[in-house]
Design a protein around this ligand. Structure first.
Ligand code: ADP
Length: 166
């Protein structure tokens, strides 16, 4: 086994089937995958950090034994490129959805590369079944009592329903 460490940062508020798809793909391109859950930043996540990490833990438990990269879930508050270096990552994994993600991701990757040229950003695409899923819309649909079963796992769905009292 090699020692290429990849870091997959995100808010995961909450984790969706799109995130899980990216995680399982990322496992095939690195030797160890660090899922880095962003702290309670200015974007104001719906779920506190501890809950977002716990939901992710449940979500990926099945992926821990699939023979691909080992997974570690951590939280972080610092600048991503600095944190990547801290955990020894040489690759930042990001998922690309529609064209709408491109501008933001492009700017972030370019600025990160300028600050930390040794860490490469790699974009992965989710399966077309999951590409359109976003945590933001999942939360909105759940709040309005819509069916989110195609977008998140049963565990995450139950957590959202409990939160919104639906
Ligand atoms: P952030 O606040 O960093 O965008 P997110 O949790 O929304 O955090 O997303 C983390 C990463 O996962 C981002 O690179 C995002 O583009 C990617 N991602 C989220 N949902 C999907 C999806 N359905 N398909 C592919 N990539 C996704």
């Amino acid at each position: 086994m090699g020692n290429r460490i990849g870091i997959y940062p995100g808010t995961f508020d909450p984790v969706t089937l799109g995130h899980t798809d990216i995680i399982s793909r990322a496992q095939k391109v690195v030797d160890k995958l660090v899922i880095a859950v962003a702290g309670n930043d200015g974007k104001g996540p719906l779920f506190p950090l501890t809950e977002r990490v716990a939901l992710l833990e449940d979500e990926i438990s099945g992926l821990r034994t699939n023979g691909y990269a080992e997974i570690e879930i951590v939280s972080f508050e610092s600048l991503l490129v600095n944190f990547a270096v801290e955990v020894g990552a040489s690759v930042i994994i990001r998922g690309l959805r529609a064209v709408s993600d491109f501008e933001y991701e492009f700017q972030m990757a370019a600025m990160n590369a300028r600050m930390q040229p040794d860490v490469e950003t790699v974009f992965l695409m989710a399966s077309d079944r999951y590409q359109f899923i976003s945590s933001r819309f999942v939360k909105e649909i759940a709040r309005l009592e819509g069916d989110i079963s195609h977008f998140v796992s049963p565990g995450v769905s139950a957590h959202l329903k409990q939160h919104f009292g639906t």
